[in-house]
Design a protein around this ligand. Structure first.
Ligand SMILES: C[S@@+](CC[C@H](N)C(=O)[O-])C[C@H]1O[C@@H](n2cnc3c(N)ncnc32)[C@H](O)[C@@H]1O
Length: 204
């Protein structure tokens, strides 16, 4: 289910979320002790975050996934100089059909990076999102990201749709230990106070 025609938004250059830069918070994960495996970025858009992860972890494969063909085409161009990046047109929730993942050198996923995909999907799909990441990640692997929590008012008119910390806990708490890193949160100009950084570790 998608309540937005994402492809049309890209074709019309109606993409106010796109800052033309990776999310500043990614840099804070530079020292992460990341097991071998693939870094997956759902809803990767034009691929700015893919670049940052691929340069920071050159030994890892980075897989970007997006529904919108135009976004994927732009991401492929934007990452053309990075041999460890692949970008595919796919529905994140349809992971059984990501043949590209199985074809990658190491097909287990060590990290999923969340940035404006969760807040872009309709709230009715949140259970599916949580079930998808729980199915994709093995114990010890992480979902790391920035989430629009209820510190930002959406008046029920998303995207972006807020999600309270209580709801995040309910959605992910049975499979993940949730940590809110207390270092200084970094974000884009104009998004101060809207997001929260979270690190979710998959439990056994
Ligand atoms: C708000 S945009 C954010 C894009 C990118 N993360 C950024 O910050 O520039 C949301 C993105 O999620 C993609 N998307 C939405 N639902 C998706 C799904 N089920 N599977 C894959 N991509 C999806 C859209 O096509 C869009 O590119």
């Amino acid at each position: 289910m998608s309540s937005v025609d994402w492809e049309k938004r890209y074709q019309q250059a109606d993409t106010p979320w796109d800052k033309g830069l990776p999310h500043p918070m990614i840099e804070c994960w530079r020292g992460l002790d990341l097991a071998p495996g693939v870094i997956v970025v759902p809803g990767c858009g034009r691929g700015w975050d893919l670049r940052a992860w691929a340069m920071m972890f050159p030994e890892h494969q980075v897989l970007g996934i997006d529904l919108a063909e135009s976004a994927v085409a732009d991401a492929q161009k934007n990452c053309a100089d990075l041999p460890n990046v692949r970008v595919i047109v796919a529905d994140f929730f349809d992971h059984a059909h990501w043949h590209d993942l199985a074809a990658m050198r190491n097909s287990s996923i060590s990290l999923i990076w969340e940035h404006t995909c969760f807040c872009a999907i309709h709230p009715a799909m949140r259970q599916t999102y949580a079930a998808t990441v729980a199915a994709l990640l093995k114990p010890g692997a992480r979902l790391v990201g920035v989430f629009f929590t209820d510190i930002r008012e959406d008046n029920g008119q998303g995207p972006p749709w807020n999600c309270s910390m209580d709801e995040l806990q309910n959605l992910f708490g049975s499979h993940f230990v949730i940590d809110s890193p207390d270092w200084k949160h970094l974000t884009f100009f104009g998004r101060d106070g809207e997001e929260r950084s979270l690190c979710l570790m998959r439990m056994d």
